[in-house]
Design a protein around this ligand. Structure first.
Ligand SMILES: Cc1ncc(C[n+]2csc(CCOP(=O)(O)OP(=O)(O)O)c2C)c(N)n1
Ligand SMILES: [Mg+2]
Length: 136
């Protein structure tokens, strides 16, 4: 589904409720990039209020940042007679796949090394580059 489909749903009064698992990322692509040993590139999305978008289209939007808000939103969406979007904020943590191939493990290890050496700001520790610069 693309965003403009929601406008069509409003136009034709289709009884649909959309739940967005909003991690502000193109998550699957990020993990695919990591799995082949890279630092993720252009996979972060800017914050966007999808609930406001739903309202602007003539539907109804709900923001859920807790389990209780999600429960309330689901109840409201169910009893609504226009299409709805629930923008549910979720943690950015990917579940492990059921089976991990050797090549995936090797690729992900490469990614972690690159991250440790190069990446600033994405971990709770300075990069190895910064640490080495301070040592020498
Ligand atoms: C129409 C279409 N374009 C591109 C893709 C490739 N693709 C697979 S997953 C993905 C990113 C999905 O990101 P998001 O919807 O935010 O879900 P997340 O992985 O973060 O849970 C893309 C672009 C696709 N499956 N379908
Ligand atoms: Mg996402």
């Amino acid at each position: 589904m693309v965003m403009q489909d929601f406008m069509t749903a409003v136009k034709y009064k289709l009884p649909i409720n959309v739940i967005i698992f909003n991690n502000e990322k193109i998550g699957m692509i990020k993990y695919e990039q990591e799995e082949i040993g890279n630092i993720p590139y252009e996979t972060d999305l800017q914050p966007f209020n999808y609930a406001n978008f739903a309202n602007n289209c003539g539907g109804e939007g709900y923001n859920a940042t807790s389990t209780q808000e999600l429960r309330d939103a689901l109840r409201s969406a169910e009893s609504s007679d226009v299409p709805t979007i629930i923008d549910a904020q979720i943690e950015d943590s990917a579940p492990l796949p059921g089976k991990i191939e050797w090549t995936q493990a090797v690729g992900y290890s490469k990614h972690l090394w690159k991250k440790l050496i190069e990446n600033e700001g994405d971990m709770d520790m300075p990069s190895l580059r910064t640490v080495l610069k301070r040592l020498f």
